[in-house]
Design a protein around this ligand. Structure first.
Ligand code: NI
Length: 413
């Protein structure tokens, strides 16, 4: 069956590249993916799918029906489709036609691989005249970059009856056609932080008559960064970055208010759980020590993507068989970056793999860079890996590979 999948994917390859280029040249920002959604919907409809639009605001859902009515143990395959507010600086013939918006995170490739996988599986089912045991549901999700899209989709019920979910993200530092895998945590939990410090204004020449919010803000930042090393388990990483600071009214006026905003990242559930209270206590204590007050707004954004060991092994086995054993790469360290695929893996077991898109022998710009590009030969590797993993998932019952022990050994939550 692998060779049939490869044959169909190879035949569809020019179409998949065409799709990626179309999406790339028509990027849309998070939550505004109207044209992208219409385009995806058109492609799916032309392949015979019944398509649901406006799911999770601008999302699109299509299903490949299986033998079991009604839906049970659905397998979901997710692709995100939003772009970034970046001015594209590539020389590609299909460069962005929307000024100031660019597919610099590869979600154009994710869309193309998602559609390619849907097309391959549909053709496989048609040609073999044999349905999969249950429904395969394709999710085209908006607004991943703002960590909102997955939540919107879930609120609209896309995870109903889902027993497992697959996803991927392109990665320029992995060579094109190589699949990167990790069991357990793949990405970090990411939260938003805002601290507003209130002191008392006064003349810049007479600090003793005022409460200097800028000086206190500096203490809060320093104290947070120093305390991490003494109070958070060093084996359970945590990162606090204050990315914005604003306050003060004039050079000779002591500031009465400072606002700090930042991002907080962690990999382990225990650290993630204690961070809000820990940050609030430090900020409040430092402020009180110097006679100021503060308010701390901590907003949970998304948790860590936790890759199910068995499903990850299944994808590894499939990629190894389809692309070659030298084409898989076990990722040693989780990323401190965030990915809202975590919203799905917090509801059901799932796995997200990295699709290498790096060019051989030339510099590869990072994700979110204005010159980010992908080696398009990787698209077919992504489609074959995803389609074959879905096929094997259905063949094996529910993705159990029978080597759970190995999986658990690698599990690093
Ligand atoms: Ni992304």
């Amino acid at each position: 069956m692998l060779s049939t999948i490869q044959k169909i994917a190879t035949k569809l390859s020019p179409r998949i590249i065409e799709i990626r280029r179309h999406v790339h040249s028509h990027p849309e920002l998070s939550g505004q993916e109207y044209q992208t959604a219409a385009y995806i919907s058109g492609v799916l409809s032309s392949c015979g799918f019944h398509v649901q639009e406006m799911v999770g605001k601008t999302g699109v859902v299509a299903e490949l029906k299986g033998e079991t009515p009604p839906n049970q143990d659905v397998l979901a395959i997710r692709a995100d489709m939003d772009a970034l507010p970046i001015v594209e600086k590539t020389d590609l013939p299909f460069v962005s036609k929307s000024p100031g918006i660019m597919h610099a995170c590869g979600h154009d490739a994710h869309t193309a691989v998602g559609l390619g996988t849907a097309m391959v599986l549909a053709e496989l089912v048609n040609s073999s005249e044999q349905l999969f045991p249950s429904t395969t549901r394709f999710l085209f999700q908006p607004a991943e970059e703002t960590s909102q899209g997955a939540k919107w989709m879930i609120e609209d019920g896309v995870m109903q009856d889902v027993a497992a979910i697959f996803g991927l993200h392109v990665f320029p530092s992995i060579p094109a056609g190589v699949i990167g895998l990790r069991q357990g945590a793949l990405t970090a939990a990411a939260d938003d932080l805002e601290i507003v410090i209130s002191g008392e204004s006064g003349h810049g020449a007479r600090p003793h008559e005022a409460i200097d919010a800028i000086w206190i803000a500096a203490q809060v930042i320093t104290q947070l960064q120093q305390s991490i090393s003494r109070t958070i388990n060093p084996l359970h990483p945590a990162v606090i970055t204050i990315g914005q600071i604003s306050g003060g009214r004039a050079p000779n006026v002591i500031a009465d208010q400072v606002r700090l905003t930042g991002t907080v990242r962690s990999l382990h559930a225990d650290t993630h759980a204690l961070l809000p209270e820990w940050i609030e206590r430090i900020a409040t204590d430092v402020c009180h020590l110097h006679g100021a007050t503060c308010t701390v707004n901590y907003r949970r954004r998304c948790t860590s993507v936790l890759n199910d060991p068995d499903l990850t092994q299944l994808v590894a086995d499939c990629a190894s068989e389809a692309l070659g054993s030298d084409r898989i790469q076990w990722i040693a360290d989780a990323s401190m970056g965030a990915e809202d695929f975590a919203n799905y893996t917090s509801l059901t077991r799932g796995t997200m793999f990295r699709l290498g898109v790096g060019f051989a022998g030339r510099h590869n710009y990072s994700l979110h860079h204005s010159q980010f590009e992908i080696d398009e030969t990787a698209l077919i590797s992504g489609v074959v890996t995803m389609a074959y993993s879905a096929y094997r998932y259905w063949q094996s019952g529910n993705g159990e590979t029978g080597n759970g022990e190995t999986g658990n050994d690698r599990l690093d939550r």
